[in-house]
Write a protein that binds this ligand. Sequence first.
Ligand code: C2O
Ligand code: CU
Ligand code: CU
Length: 462
Amino acid sequence: MLHRRQFLQSAAASISAAGLVGCDPLELITPQANNLDIQRAQFNVMPDLITTDMVSLSPDAAPPILRAKQGVPFTATVTNRLPDYTTMHWHGIRLPNEMDGVPYLTQFPLGKDETFTYTFTPPDAGTYWYHPHCMTMEQMALGLTGALIVEEAADPGFHNDIVLNLRDFRLGKDGQFKELFTPRGAARGGTLGNVLTTNWQQNPVYDVQTGGVARIRILATDITRIYKLFLPNARGRIIALDGHPLLTPLPWPTEQEPLILSPGQRVDIAVEMPEREGEELSLMGQIGGRPKSLARLRAVGKPERRRLGELKPLVPNKISEPILKDAETHEFVFGWSPSGDLPNNGFCGTLGYTFWSINRAPWPGDASGTGPLATLKMGGSYILRLRNESPNIHPIHLHGLTFKPIRSNKRTVLPNWTDTALLLKEETLDVALVADNPGDWAFHCHVIEHQKTGLAGYIRVA
Ligand code: C2O
Ligand code: CU
Ligand code: CU
């Protein structure tokens, strides 16, 4: 028995030694050294082809994982090395309004070689992300979307913490970018990419402790794609959604009932790794109706025998609970643009057409002054009624505040805290929040072509 086991172990070890080398995790940047230069980059997205004209924070790598700590000040000094204007936004973080990175609403766009120092103390632990909010379409489509991890004050005790940043690129056979957006796409579900990547690589493999319990953070930072995800043959549990530990459990996704993760959303899962070294788990996506592996986790190292059941639950973030009986309701109607008015260009880019609107008014362009869609009283409880008049689905995102879905005319909703809620066709979804962070908070669809062709606005908390 013993011999057989030893043999199997050493056989597995030599298989893994001879096999693929796991991908390097993305470079980690410590909170002291966040000097972020937005710049052109090139990268091997497709095998043997270098994609030029990408945008990142270094010349030859994907945007790094930034790490902050809950309750500890975080600083990032962002310098624009591109000829176009830009800003940086910290998606999902409840931060002071002037650090939110929204052009004209919270700061002026950064011209070439200009710098802005963003500093805030993240109140909530969890999985968040960063992306530009000026020239958003171009700079995100060309690659600039990265993870911002806010670590819990106390170590939650996983063997590994793996970040999988999902996004697509629209590349030709030569590995170079094709048109980033199309009028046809913008007027419908958005223009999909054709090369699916995880951390800018196709189906990469990461080394994870054999028999350990790993935390996998999955981010949908694509500008268009709504992912349908599952992990076959894995024992796991969803532990957080959009940064926040679950209040109501979500079922473990399967091929038949995958987890829907729309642009802007994140999910944290805990998985038991296989107990035999060399074995792999795959994160699968339902792509065009067919399952496709997006990333793999390979068991490496002497087996441990950890079980999900040993995990302590994550500590919930402190979010104020809305008092529903006192809550005023504000309705927002998402639909077509009634006018053919073209958006204003400003310095932050336009796609050149208008298709969408909120409350029948299309966003006129970033530089144009316009009033808030609603003004909420500081400290008040509110229900935002999100009403979709269109036959398309929209991941609706609100900056600076955290809300929870409470009811829908189409389905049973689970009341978990979020910053991005997927609104189904013709759905009316009520979400509730406490307006406890003052400022002008951008409110838009996270399909960037929708955002940039009218489906945007802001909510004022005063
Ligand atoms: Cu993730 Cu207004 O954005
Ligand atoms: Cu945001
Ligand atoms: Cu949309």
